[in-house]
Design a protein around this ligand. Structure first.
Ligand SMILES: Nc1ncnc2c1ncn2[C@@H]1O[C@H](COP(=O)(O)OP(=O)(O)OP(=O)(O)O)[C@@H](O)[C@H]1O
Ligand SMILES: [Mg+2]
Length: 441
């Protein structure tokens, strides 16, 4: 007999989640949108499989460990309060969470072997875990599988051979709709013993009121159609510079910052009424401070910037200031005070004239490379994430990279000015020093 542990206090599946729990197919791809209740479903299904087949061994994972901890592990840990009363003795569902081994041991009933749930970041440590696990599994779950390489899925599929009576092997996947291998392999080719069950934010009754409307206000139309409506095709021609998975992976990425790592800052100055001026400071590859302020006059903005340069002990040669319009005035004021920051003109000449139309394209492409290489850590700032995911590129007729201008983003795409994304690009730009104090060297 199965232990009758009541999980409903923690989780009552909504109709799409129920469908995914009942699906008899071996491989289940659930979601295809944001906030549809994917992660919580995957964890619940993993727990259920552990209870249903005593002695089961499964693994829950995601591309990297820090994002796994923030999302999947948090859901899994909620089961620590669940248990069953047996003859006046409290039997917790989770017998043990071994944090160094990355395992949970799950109670499956009196006299029954416990089940095990392993967890890992796939990008971090595949070999170490594989050798520890002895290679055989009854199920696995990959959260946001589109962030991972297909080889991880293939490897885990190849391990579904655990010898437990009557076991049904399961591969649980969640994803956002993105071009890539997940779309090609599952959405376009309908493989055998596979089912895709969409779950949109509107299928999830547990989201706060007005959640969708909020997102519609800040994200570009294509992204909204992909994330809110689960449309797998719209992103194809979107020409977005930063893949969303890479932005997500960079949020609170654990990167070591040494005292000797140089501090750089980027300052984007507001142009029009509702824009903001934004100051972003990084040390090495990690953003360590962000501030934004509304429209101020030249003297006031200069004062704010000077105060920050002093507070953080910045070397003026590591300060990249957007020196257009009001920014040009601030640049001059700072120079009068012998603070020789780098005045960056977004439309100006890039260092690499062969590949970029202007400095803005060069700055953004440098930033893109950092995201691609995993060499950047950004704060969990909804505006910054939205702005980065809305930056588009074009290839000019001479094959140079061009970034859609702020003005076009506002006028053509009706988006807010990407002030935070711009100051991030400025903060990570390392221009050739052309300051007056070294001109005579
Ligand atoms: N059946 C449920 N019972 C209680 N809460 C739920 C349920 N399904 C979803 N939620 C809540 O809805 C929110 C979104 O769920 P979840 O984080 O699992 O979605 P997701 O699709 O993984 O989101 P993301 O796209 O951010 O990864 C969470 O706050 C979660 O607790
Ligand atoms: Mg999730």
């Amino acid at each position: 007999m199965k232990p009758s542990i009541d999980l409903s206090k923690l989780y009552k599946p909504h109709p799409q989640q129920v469908k995914a729990h009942l699906a008899s197919e071996k491989t289940i791809l659930f979601g295809g949108a944001i906030r549809g209740g994917k992660t919580i479903w995957m964890v619940a299904e993993g727990i259920q499989l552990s209870i249903d087949y005593p002695g089961n061994v499964g693994i829950l994972c995601r591309q990297d460990m820090p994002s796994f901890k923030r999302t999947v592990l948090v859901e899994l840990e909620k089961y620590q309060d669940i248990g069953i009363e047996i003859n006046g003795h409290w039997q917790p569902l989770i017998i043990q969470h071994h944090q160094t081994d990355h395992t949970f041991t799950i109670y499956t009933g009196k006299g029954k072997p416990p089940s095990t749930i392993w967890y890992t970041g796939l990008g971090d440590d595949t070999r170490g875990l594989a050798s520890k696990m002895g290679m055989t599994l009854g199920w696995f779950g990959i959260d946001q599988v589109e962030e991972t390489a297909e080889v991880h899925f293939n490897n885990l599929m190849g391990r579904l051979s655990l010898n437990v009576p009557n076991i049904r092997y399961k591969a649980l996947l969640t994803a956002n709709p993105m071009p890539g291998w997940v779309k090609m392999r599952f959405i376009e080719s309908h493989p055998d013993d596979f089912i895709y069950i969409p779950s949109l934010p509107r299928d999830n009754p547990y989201l706060p009121e007005g959640y969708e409307e909020e997102l519609r206000k800040i994200y570009p139309d294509e992204l909204v159609r992909a994330w809110l409506e689960g449309n797998w095709d719209v992103m194809e021609g979107g020409n977005f510079l930063f893949p969303y998975a890479q932005i997500r992976a960079a949020v609170n990425r654990e990167l070591e910052v040494k005292d000797s790592d140089v501090k750089w800052c980027g300052i984007d100055i507001s142009r029009e009424g509702d824009d903001q001026s934004v100051f972003i400071l990084r040390q090495g590859s990690k953003v360590i401070y962000t501030d934004a302020w509304g429209k101020t006059d030249l003297m006031e903005s200069t004062g704010i910037i000077l105060q920050k340069i002093e507070r953080f002990g910045l070397d003026a040669k590591n300060v990249n200031l957007d020196a257009v319009a009001l920014g040009a005035g601030i640049y001059d004021r700072l120079r009068e005070q012998k603070v020789y920051v780098n005045g960056i003109i977004a439309g100006g000449e890039p260092m690499d004239k062969e590949h970029y139309v202007n400095s803005r394209a060069e700055m953004y492409d440098n930033l893109r490379k950092r995201f691609e290489a995993g060499a950047i850590s950004i704060p969990d700032d909804q505006d910054l994430i939205a702005q980065l995911s809305s930056i588009r590129f074009k290839i000019a007729s001479d094959k140079k990279l061009q970034i859609v201008s702020k003005e076009d983003m506002k006028r053509t795409y009706h988006l807010k000015s990407p002030d935070k994304a711009d100051s991030l690009a400025l903060a990570f730009y390392e221009p050739e020093i052309k300051n007056p104090q070294i001109r005579w060297l």
